[in-house]
Design a protein around this ligand. Sequence first.
Ligand code: PMP
Length: 392
Amino acid sequence: PFSKLTSQPNDPLLQLITAFSEDPRPHKIDLGVGVFRDALGLTPVMRAIKAAEERLLASQKSKSYLGPEGDKGFVKAIAALLFGSSLPDRFIDGIQTPGGTGALRLAAELLVRSGVKRIFLASPTWANHNAIFRQVGLEIIAIPCFDIINQSFNLAGFIDTLATASSGDAVLLHGCCHNPLGIDPTPDEWGIIAQHIAKLNLLPLIDIAYQGLGSGWSEDAFGLQTVLAAAPFGILTYSCDKNFGLYRERTGAVYVTSPDQEQLDCILSNILCLARTNWSMPPDHGAALVRLILEDKELTHLWRTELEEMRRRTLSLREDLARLGQVGHINLAPLTQGKGMFATLPLSPNQVEWLRSQHAIYMAHSGRINIAGFRDGDVERFGTALKSLIAA
Ligand code: PMP
């Protein structure tokens, strides 16, 4: 029965993890995998999460099912932080999902169920975006709108391609801290993007996986709030993997915004059907921890303090990199304009390969680096390696 299948290549980033762990060179640097790391190169469990786990252990009385919507307190708490009071004219509802990926998959299936045929997305984007939308049968229209040399967003290019969309098409936007580029629209640009989305009657799908790691917790929500306030309907997908450090606990959510309650109820009933046939119920642990943190002032304070430390670490690493300035054809100075953990450097796959073989520096073939992957002293070594690459 499986004779029609052809072997699929392994995910290149997952391959990179194995290659890195097998590399015996002690000075190796891992800029590949997209997890936050501290100055020692570790991804510790956040203190707020540990404290919440202790409380959960002491208080949880049952592991019985919660239902396909997951932990309602979690869904409500994240919604409050995301939307605040920014959308007085919209009705909002959502469900918990297995990670941001589960939310995206569900959103993609909802689009197909609703008759949407095409999705526009600023390109390049997180590789799984393309894979998920392609798998459900949506046509993907890439919007080329990034200038990697100058690390800037090309608003005019974005709007020009978006203008070719038809009413009812979907458009995907990264809420903040674009993966893989770290290049986000400015607040003014968000305003213009929102106007165009509304004018063209497009359905925005905003994916946010790094809230609090860019410009700050509420600042990072500005773009999504602006777009969702302008468009009558919208979808938002959320991941807690980075900002709560919950990667393997698969903690996320999907929300829909609607101008009236009746339509929202209908959309939500479809979302619940999709959840039921995909995973039935989402895993509980991560969402329960997030809820415990957000419902408790002291834990919220602790978590926000830790998140801010993480944000500041990536900011100061961006500054360290920028101080290297022009290295051969690469100008690192504009990296301070970027947001979040990722940046993409104008390096060819051969150059990336060379940095790995000669200097034990691991990064994605696209030239994407995880800025949080630099430990103390690594930035200087990276600069030296880039210089030697240029000389080679
Ligand atoms: N969206 C973006 C832009 C991402 O970078 C990621 C991965 N961190 C996700 C969604 C999915 O995250 P999760 O691990 O929660 O599935």
